[in-house]
Ligand binder design. Sequence first.
Ligand SMILES: [Zn+2]
Length: 293
Amino acid sequence: MMRGTILATLFLGPVLTIILSSCAVNPVTGEEEMMFFSPEKDVALGRKYAPAIEKELGGLVPDDNLQNYVNQIGQKIARVCHQPDLSYHFAVVEKGGANALAVPGGYVYVTRELLEELKSEAQLAAILGHEVGHVVARDTMAALSRQIGMTALVAAVGATDDSGRGVGGASFVAATLSLQYSREDEKDADMTGLSYMTQAGYDPNGIVETMRILQELQTYRPVEFFSTHPNPESRIAYLEDRIARRYAGLGALKVGTEEYAEKILTPLSQMKEKERIKTPTLEPWGTKEKPAF
Ligand SMILES: [Zn+2]
């Protein structure tokens, strides 16, 4: 009996230690969850693959003022979130349709096309708040382990090639770009993001307006944000209900329509005009000699 207990302690001890050390409390839900990597690994993973992800998304939009403006709004959200000690990075990328994504460890990207659809700082704060909600809850790591499997995720964490080209790296980058969250995680990120944006001083109605804009866009074409962030039914209804019950008594909070037009919409439309002038128009057939290959 004694011998059995000692043997059990010898063999089960390390196993129990591993299991117990990988349990963590999700700061958003307050529930204990199985986490296979420490938060430090998330940061290392984000730092390692963010350049490859940025490259896949066409690189950063080349406008420092615009990037700083988006980053400042993001940092206001980061300061009030459940994990303010993490180093957050907010950036605007050229491609990827109308979308936003969170890379483990605090890297948040919004696409140029999504910015073109929005109309105010509060609407942008809603998107950034939602993505920070995913970062804090570590939804990305959970979704990645579902999508590419633990083996590939472990390979990505351990890969020495940080260009994103290695086996683990390539699947990590590809999966992050097409990641699908669960509807439950999505609803949590909506509610968390709503709380963050309001604490950061933004009008909570911005999130409802953002959802309406994206749903309206979806009547014309598939919206990338909804393909990576499944749209829970009655999203607008539950957000409006939460705003009415929890945030109705708040005084005037920031909407920021003029600032958004000045810092985002005007520079983006000027950029588009420059690109249009630069892009050579196609010559009609027959007016040019066939190139010799
Ligand atoms: Zn989401």
